[in-house]
Design a protein around this ligand. Structure first.
Ligand SMILES: Cc1cc2nc3c(=O)[nH]c(=O)nc-3n(C[C@H](O)[C@H](O)[C@H](O)COP(=O)(O)O)c2cc1C
Length: 378
């Protein structure tokens, strides 16, 4: 019987399903609910020391739907948590008191200020969280304060901040990366070189969900105006898979022991299997929970276990990264295909030669004696 239990960065997860930072992990009540429904871990909504600077607007979501009305693309212009840091510390304690065996990850974000990062880390650790996820990736609002993606896109600042974090934290830390860069390996390398233990990716993709053709205003429209936001949901999965693969290759080749949490458009156990096959240790789900509710984890677990049983995998590690060796360059694909065709033609010829002539049209003047010999039994 396969097991979903897995150990990542030395921490035991009841299963690899983690709530992605956002509304589904926005206070102790909903985090506890996610754990009671079966999620292995939760990356709580991102916190900062001074929530009074965080002011949300409404509407702040915009969605693209398929023919059945199901959202497949989701833009948000939501900021990090509006709950005060002191209250968050109480909520972290409450979650750990009630669910000591589930993994509580504090998602943290601060300005470019060493003391602030040391303070947020020390106080969250004091509240009993199991791990940190540094949000270097929120693409809207916070970059105006040089936080989030603004930090994740400046690799010198990123390396410096990751160095502070690695120095201050006594528990494992993941750095959550923005996909809004040319090469996801660059920020990942900066974070891992600085001593961060794992990478999570991806956060949302900077986007404009659409323009209202009645009002001629961009969406989501707030008092007639809008601002680019972050795109998530099923539509981003192929991009997230590609970045998962690229980070996994980097980790495999240069940072053995570092871990990877795959995020982006995951809604089924099969989606999760794909991310794990490309090298993820855990998977995170945010928009999927907003669409389907917390019980989604139960279907996902059944689907992932069924996949494992079908292939005879006992643990997550048995198939982690199994698809990775099969990425190569396009020119290598061309060479492989040419060789496969040549091999197939040669095999056909060999088979034909071995069997001898079966159709009269195949007799040939120059090969006549050879063909006669081939048909002889002695
Ligand atoms: C409404 C909303 C709010 C989010 N807030 C945060 C946040 O506070 N911190 C963070 O690191 N990521 C945040 N995210 C990003 C998600 O955690 C995740 O990285 C992204 O949405 C892709 O995964 P998904 O397709 O499963 O949602 C948010 C996403 C959404 C949709």
């Amino acid at each position: 019987m396969p097991t979903l239990e897995t150990t990542v960065n030395g921490i035991k997860f009841p299963n690899p399903f983690v709530i992605g930072s956002g509304p589904p992990g926005t206070n102790a009540r909903v985090i506890c609910r996610s754990f009671s429904d079966g999620w292995g871990g939760s990356s709580a909504k991102t916190v900062s020391l001074d929530a009074s600077k965080v002011i949300n607007v409404a509407p702040r979501y915009g969605r693209l739907k398929d023919a059945n009305g199901e959202p497949y693309g989701w833009e948000n212009i939501e900021l990090i948590s509006t709950m005060s840091f002191d209250q968050w510390l109480d909520e972290f304690k409450e979650v750990k008191d009630k669910y000591p065996d589930h993994v509580l990850i504090a998602s943290i974000m601060e300005e470019y200020n060493k003391d602030a990062w040391y303070e947020i880390i020390e106080r969250c650790e004091g509240a009993g969280v199991d791990m940190f996820e540094c949000n270097f990736s929120c693409p809207h609002g916070l970059p105006e304060r040089k936080m989030g993606a603004a930090m994740g896109q400046d690799y010198d600042i990123l390396a410096e901040v990751c160095g502070w974090v690695a120095d201050a934290a006594t528990i494992p830390v993941w750095a959550k990366m923005t996909p809004n860069v040319t090469h996801i390996e660059d920020p990942s390398r900066a974070a891992l070189n600085a001593g961060i233990h794992g990478i999570s990716a991806i956060n949302t993709i900077r986007s404009v969900i659409g323009v209202d053709l009645e009002t001629l205003r961009p969406m989501p429209t707030v008092e007639g105006y809008s601002t680019p936001g972050g795109y998530s949901c099923k539509a981003v999965k192929p991009i997230a898979l590609r970045m998962t693969m690229e980070i996994a290759v980097l980790i495999r080749d240069h940072y053995p022991g570092a871990t990877l949490s795959g995020i982006g458009g995951i809604e089924t156990g099969e989606d999760a299997a794909e991310f794990i096959l490309l090298g993820a240790d855990t998977v995170q789900v945010c928009t999927g929970v907003m669409k389907h509710g917390y019980k989604l984890v139960q279907t996902m677990s059944e689907q992932l276990l069924a996949f494992m049983e079908k292939h005879g995998f006992e643990t997550i590690d048995d198939f982690k990264g199994k698809a990775l060796p099969y990425f190569t360059s396009h020119s290598d694909l061309v060479a492989r295909q040419a060789k496969a065709k040549a091999d197939a033609a040669a095999a056909k010829e060999a088979a034909k030669a071995k069997k001898g002539i079966t159709q009269d049209e195949a007799w040939d003047g120059d090969e006549f004696v050879k063909q006669s010999d081939e048909l002889a039994g002695n």
